[in-house]
Design a protein. Structure first.
Length: 319
């Protein structure tokens, strides 16, 4: 008897889902990706995810993983809790978006390996047994927006091994230590130098201990309009000659808001401007950094406004 693939077993249920969800049941129209995810490069015009492909709604983990593993573009609407394990692959040209405020991925995480043009939005990530979201091996044009991430075994977001053109916006990070890593080791300069271009804006780093982000080699990394509160180890660390612009953020109760160099990693370049420091230490700076405006236009909000606007706008159910 020939073997039957998981895809074949799910075909009936998947076809039903496709037939009954020809348009989104909830999700408001997506805004256009901004920051580095919005830059036209590497043959990709911004980040559009599964736009133009079928819209499907998934209510169990098997169907969810099946659609994530398909080669065609899809808008995958997540309805309810997807219980998975380990890091599960997501192929290119996908929008994965939660419905309402209760959509959740728990127990495992999502892995983008040599993929491009992916949007992950309005999802809660809890209790991953590894990384909650891993973007690696030259994956590019990824937008992580309006998610809630907490309580994983390793990093909440890892962007490593030559990944590029990524935006992380309007997310709530909490109840965790190692938040966001850019560049996985000090020995990977050949793959990461000139890559790892990432924008972090309007995120709430809420009591998380470190890596907001921790950066090696990449330039420029643009960290602007984020709210850092009660981060016990540090806010941003630029190491191994990375180039990081830390701009118009609000640091509250952060003993070490900005480091140049950290642990055994050598110093990185870091420029700070327009930040607010409340009951926080002095930032470390070094050298110059390529301006993000070389790549995209932006207008920062007033840093003083962020304790009001960021907690009110981050996370799930805000659309």
């Amino acid at each position: 008897m020939s073997s039957i693939s998981r895809r074949a077993l799910l075909a009936g249920a998947a076809a039903t889902a496709l037939a009954t969800t020809t348009k989104p049941a909830w999700a408001a129209p997506l805004a256009t990706a901004d920051g580095f995810a919005g830059v036209n490069s590497l043959g990709q015009n911004g980040t559009t995810g599964g736009a133009g492909g079928p819209v499907v709604t998934v209510r169990d983990a098997d169907a969810f993983l099946d659609y994530c593993d398909r080669n065609e573009p899809y808008v995958i609407q997540v309805d309810g809790v997807m219980r998975i394990s380990s890091k599960q692959g997501v192929r290119s040209n996908k929008t994965i978006i939660g419905l309402g405020s209760a959509a959740e991925i728990t127990g495992g995480g999502l892995d983008l390996y040599r993929r491009q043009n992916v949007i992950i939005r309005n999802l809660r990530f809890t209790g991953a047994d590894d990384d909650a979201i891993s973007i690696q091996q030259s994956s590019h044009h990824v937008w992580i927006d309006h998610c809630d991430l907490s309580g994983g075994a390793d990093g909440l977001i890892d962007i490593v091994r030559g990944a590029d053109y990524i935006t992380v916006s309007w997310n709530h990070f909490h109840d965790h230590s190692k938040t966001a890593l850019l560049g996985h080791s000090d020995s990977n300069a050949s793959q990461d130098t000139g890559k790892l271009r990432v924008t972090f804006h309007h995120n709430f780093f809420d009591g998380t201990a470190q890596r907001h982000p921790r950066v090696r080699f990449g330039e420029p990394i643009h960290v602007y309009n984020n709210y850092f509160r009660n981060n016990t180890l540090y806010g941003v660390a630029s190491t191994e000659n990375a180039g990081v612009l830390v701009e118009a953020n609000y640091f509250e109760n952060v003993p070490h808001p900005i480091y140049s160099g950290y642990d055994e990693s050598g110093p990185g370049r870091v420029v700070e401007r327009g930040n607010v420091y409340v009951r926080s230490g002095a930032p470390e700076t070094l050298g110059t950094v390529v301006e993000p405006r070389t790549y995209y236009a932006y207008t920062p909000d007033s840093a003083a406004s962020l304790p009001g606007t960021v907690p009110a706008g981050v996370g799930v159910g805000r659309n």
